[in-house]
Ligand binder design. Sequence first.
Ligand code: HEC
Ligand code: HEC
Ligand code: HEC
Ligand code: HEC
Length: 438
Amino acid sequence: MSKMNKRIRAQGALLLAMINVPALAATLPESSVEKHMGVATCASSQCHGSAIPRDGTGVLQNEYVTWTQSDPHSKAYEILSNEQSRLIASRLGIGRAREADVCLDCHADNVAPDKRGDKFQLSDGVGCEACHGGAENWLSTHYKAPEVTHQANLQAGLYANEDAVDRANLCLSCHLGTRDKFATHKIMAAGHPRLVFELDTFTELWRTAGRQPHYRVDADYRERKDIDGHVYTWAAGLLAEARRRLDLIQSHYFDVPGMFPELAFYDCHACHRTMKTVQWRSLPRHGGVGPGTPFINDGTFVMSLALARAIEPGETEGLINALKRIHRASITSVDAIREAATELDSILARMGSRLTPARLRGREAKILEEILATGAEGNYLDYVSAEQAFMAVQTLVIELDDPILEAELDLLADSLNNDERYRPSEFRRLLSALQEED
Ligand code: HEC
Ligand code: HEC
Ligand code: HEC
Ligand code: HEC
């Protein structure tokens, strides 16, 4: 898969000490009280529609051009009219995909009709305000620095994308789902791609997808904004994703009518892989559940365990026990899974409340070591864990700036190219080669 390609080196970001006060999650752009004015209101050449990047104002001012030409989000609505979407919609019997809320909720800025300004167009897809928040109250003032501060813009409804936790919540709202929108197994079985996410990898893939980046992380940007650094971004995004999965397990999306809970929460490859080779092995985190049971997709939980081993050793045992409980519950009942999910979430919430850039600084090598050690114990037997491990390893190796380790990333990426023919023994062998060089 394309996202497994080794990504371009990101400009080394400073790790600024920031106290991460666990606050109520910020209101997502999709539910902002302010009107969404439409991409056209950002696109003038004096604003964000310059043909070439500008110097001197801090921001590039060609974000509109970059977005139109190379940001997949500008095509998100358009693809609802392609053959794949037509097939998905016809198999689901939902009429036209581009008119169905179930698709528009993630493929466009599908805010309520009374939240759409005169120039708003659904056909813009995932436009500026789908990520930056409804501009009604900041459009005409947000560029008037220093009179108008970033803080004032935030208060007027600009979304705080520079904050790793807020950004994770935004991206995951579509790349995983919320209590209001979700790509179910039914949608996937009709032909929708499997969803995968990791905040740091996806931010960098997306930011640097075009000839020009969406924004530059340079000295000026750092001065204007407290930014968090790649390893913190990975860790904060990881805990946000793991906790969102657990929250969705408590929602109506998990417990669907019928014999089985919602299968999109499970490891897809537990059911969809070749029968010719037997991959099953007893692992401590599976809590003694034998072969033949589909497990909850726990890729982000396994990575949280590796993170805990590096920076929160006191939480390790509790995490392993909570993982055992959630997997044992798979053969009991939905209620038991939900109880175990609550227990697991309370540990992750505690880890999240103590996570700061300062706590990670200087521990990058230790985190990498624990990710590799977790793999050496056989924990990346399942493709989803291996995929999460790869993205984490990539972020850490780039941060550690070690050319020998970097050279190994391509092989590791190649070993994940075909998810249905994933060979855990090969992945493990490559990881142990990394471990020796680390
Ligand atoms: C929970 C949010 C969500 C919902 C609901 C959703 N999608 Fe998607 N869809 C995504 C995301 C995110 C991607 C990109 C996945 C990736 O590449 O990592 C995607 C990708 C796709 C793709 C592949 C695009 C490509 O460039 O290859 C198609 C086609 C698609 N969606 C159609 C639909 C249709 C039709 C519906 C409604 C039945 C729908 N989607 C519902 C989030 C969603
Ligand atoms: C997929 C979400 C997404 C979309 C769509 C998007 N942005 Fe962004 N944008 C971000 C993120 C994330 C950042 C980096 C964090 C930050 O500084 O806000 C950013 C940064 C920026 C910056 C630099 C901010 C600074 O302080 O240096 C500008 C300007 C900007 N975006 C404008 C736009 C415009 C104009 C559009 C539409 C043409 C757009 N963005 C579409 C997510 C998005
Ligand atoms: C409103 C929903 C929505 C939000 C918010 C959103 N995305 Fe997306 N994203 C999508 C959809 C839909 C696609 C697929 C579009 C397509 O294929 O044309 C996509 C595609 C992508 C891709 C390309 C994936 C691939 O397989 O090539 C990346 C990378 C990405 N998004 C990153 C992000 C990041 C980072 C954020 C947060 C800053 C974000 N997205 C926020 C809906 C969203
Ligand atoms: C507990 C087992 C199980 C899990 C877990 C599971 N699926 Fe399925 N899946 C099935 C079954 C059963 C079918 C129906 C097969 C058929 O129609 O012949 C199916 C059908 C599909 C199909 C259509 C295949 C076809 O040939 O029609 C796709 C695509 C798919 N699933 C994707 C996924 C994805 C993506 C995930 C993970 C998010 C997933 N599945 C998780 C059991 C599972």
